[in-house]
Design a binder for this molecule. Structure first.
Ligand SMILES: *Cc1c(COP(=O)(O)O)cnc(C)c1O
Length: 401
């Protein structure tokens, strides 16, 4: 018989069992549905919750000035970009954003990608290939890991923030043509900073290229908001810097900044840049407006970091394990995925949204609640979170410290 539906079902028959297995291990993701703009509170699946889950650190995603920039951009050039940047998808809006980014970051040039994921994956594979080597921190973002694999360069993973081991690996005799070291500057789940000055020194000594991903640090760290490289005062010594427009800048898109030649090379070789449709120009209008706010309102980033420091100290005093966090990202490490889930569910009954982070976003045994502190939070919100966590421990007996 032709077109038997059972036959079709059969080849994917393993999916049901595989999904159930995820369920049993508390690793299945349930998608949520937000019914409000991003902000201090959000409506999630019909309930209003104080939001500790977004990466909108400066509170710009819902800022009316970005919406106004988008309205203006929409009038100028409509919605879709219609082609990849290399064909005719790149408009004067993209050019203006690249110029603004280069200026903001103090670099010769910038390149805008459709996403930060694409920027990482595309840049790594454009810089190294077979015959080269790439050295990757164990806790780097998935887009970096995938970029390393895509590149087909020899892939070496070093223990988290372990500069000595990296130094030893780089000191070994080798026949590689080029060597690239890649790291997040602010780790997205642990909230700790990479030892950037030491990495710069080791890379310079071994003539390796250093590439950093500032996804969570752009707009938050550094006097001008350039990120952790500026915080440490070494931005001119890091040749390849990636960032995203989708976190503190409240927009969408990824970018790379560096020398004119680096950017020109990526235009030739970064496949996600070449073969993906350019961002809608209006997204660039939003990002330019966000960069202007970051420049004009430095108190936003100062307040976020100050507030996070206060929360972190309070949580520590109350016996919670916040790992090595030293930023606006504060993990509450509980280890088992089912404990993280129960805690998150309990907090929701108290009107608080704090996502449970489980493998594969973190290594096994490192499940946590990930608290993201933003400019929009009020002191009362942090107080409420601390109280609810205490209540969870007392009444549900969770997360014993
Ligand atoms: C979110 C993130 C990215 C990807 O950025 P998108 O613009 O969301 O695709 C890259 N690196 C790190 C460290 C991230 O956290």
């Amino acid at each position: 018989m032709e077109g038997q539906p059972e036959h079709k079902l059969d080849v994917l028959g393993w999916l049901g069992e595989a999904l159930e297995e995820l369920d049993r291990r508390s690793l299945r993701r349930m998608r949520r549905c937000r019914q409000s703009p991003q902000g201090r509170t959000i409506w999630l699946d019909g309930r209003e919750l104080v939001n500790f889950g977004s990466n909108d650190y400066l509170g710009l995603a819902g800022d009316p000035r970005l919406a106004e920039a988008v309205r203006h951009g929409l009038e100028k050039e409509g919605w879709g970009s219609g082609a990849s940047a290399l064909v005719c998808g790149r408009s004067s809006a993209h050019a203006a954003l690249e110029e603004a980014l280069a200026k903001f970051e103090g670099c010769e040039a910038a390149l805008v990608f459709p996403t930060g994921f694409a920027a990482n994956a595309g840049t790594i594979a454009a810089l190294v290939g077979p015959g080269d080597a790439v050295y990757c921190d164990r806790k780097n973002h998935a887009s970096i890991i995938d970029g390393c694999k895509l590149s087909r360069a020899d892939f070496r993973v070093f223990p988290h923030s372990d500069v000595d081991t990296l130094d030893r690996l780089l000191a070994k005799p080798h026949k590689h043509r080029r060597r690239l070291v890649v790291t997040d500057t602010l780790f997205s789940m642990d909230g700790d900073l990479a030892p950037i000055p030491q990495l710069v020194e080791v890379c310079e000594r071994h003539h390796a290229i250093l590439m950093v991903d500032e996804a969570h640090a752009t707009g938050v760290f550094g006097d001008r908001g350039r990120g952790v490289v500026e915080f440490f005062g070494v931005e001119q010594r890091v040749p390849v810097r990636v960032g995203t427009l989708s976190k503190a800048l409240g927009s969408v898109g990824g970018f790379v900044v560096g020398s004119r030649e680096l950017i020109e090379w990526l235009v030739q070789k970064a496949r996600p840049y070449m073969f993906s449709t350019a961002l809608p120009g209006v997204a660039c209008y939003a990002a330019v407006a966000a960069l202007e706010i970051v420049k004009q309102e430095p108190y936003r980033r100062a307040l976020v970091l100050q507030r996070a420091e206060l929360l972190r100290e309070t949580l520590k005093r109350n016996g919670w394990d916040v790992g090595r966090s030293s930023s606006q990202i504060i993990p509450i490490v509980v280890r088992q995925p089912e404990v993280a889930l129960s805690l998150a569910r309990f907090l929701e009954t108290r009107g608080l949204f704090v996502p449970a982070i489980r493998p594969p976003a973190v290594p096994d045994e490192e499940a946590c609640l990930r608290v993201s502190v933003t400019f929009q939070h009020q002191d009362g919100d942090l107080h409420q979170l601390v109280e609810a966590l205490g209540e969870a421990r007392r009444t549900v007996g969770l997360g014993d410290a």
